[in-house]
Design a protein around this ligand. Sequence first.
Ligand SMILES: CC(C)(COP(=O)(O)OP(=O)(O)OC[C@H]1O[C@@H](n2cnc3c(N)ncnc32)[C@H](O)[C@@H]1OP(=O)(O)O)[C@@H](O)C(=O)NCCC(=O)NCCS
Length: 170
Amino acid sequence: MPASPFTFRPATARDHPFLEQMLLEAAAASGDILTPDTLASQEHTFRYVAEWGRATDVGVIAVDELGVHAGAAWARLFDRAMGSPAFLGEQIPEITIAVAPDFRRRQLGTALLTELADAARAAGFLALSLGVETDNTAAQQLYRRDGWALHHTAGDYTILSKDLRTPHSG
Ligand SMILES: CC(C)(COP(=O)(O)OP(=O)(O)OC[C@H]1O[C@@H](n2cnc3c(N)ncnc32)[C@H](O)[C@@H]1OP(=O)(O)O)[C@@H](O)C(=O)NCCC(=O)NCCS
C-alpha cells in the first residue's frame, strides 16, 4: 500500500478557524447551511468549537504534503445540562469530524478517527460518543467500518459510542 500523503498533528487553540470551517462542513452534512458569520449564533452547533483549546479538548489536524489542511477530528466534554443528544457521560467526550471536500474518499476520515482515538486514549479517556444524522450515509459507513457501536437513536440522530480500552485492530 502506498504511504499516506497526510501527516497529523494535535489541534491547538490556533486551529480554531480551521475547526470552524470543518464544523460548517459537518453541519452542512446534516442539512444546516451555516456561514462563519452565522455560526456563532447557533449555540447547539457553535458549542463544538467555542473557546477551543480548553484543557480537556483533544483534536487532530490532517495536513497534506503541501501543507494544506485536509481535515480534522476533535473530541470535547459537555455538561449534561447542555442537552446534546450524544451526551453519554461527563467523562465521555463527543467527537466531530470533517474532511475538506477535495480530500474525501482517500481514507483520510478513517485515519483521522484512528489518530483521534489514540490521542483521546493518551489523554485518559475511556470512551467517545457522537451523534450522526441517520441519513448521513458517508459518515454512517465511516463509523460502522471504524467499529463504533450503536448506543441509541434520538429522533433523526443515531448515537454511537466507541470503547477506547482496547486499541482498534483495523
Ligand atoms: C464523513 C467524512 C468525514 C468521510 O471522510 P472520508 O475521508 O471521505 O472517509 P474515508 O475515505 O475514510 O471513507 C471510509 C469509508 O466510509 C464510506 N464512505 C465515505 N464516504 C462515503 C460516501 N460519500 N458515500 C458512501 N460511503 C462513503 C466508505 O465505506 C469508505 O470506504 P471506501 O472509500 O473504501 O469505500 C466526509 O465525507 C465528510 O467530511 N463529510 C462531511 C462532514 C460529516 O458528515 N461529518 C460527520 C458528521 S456526524
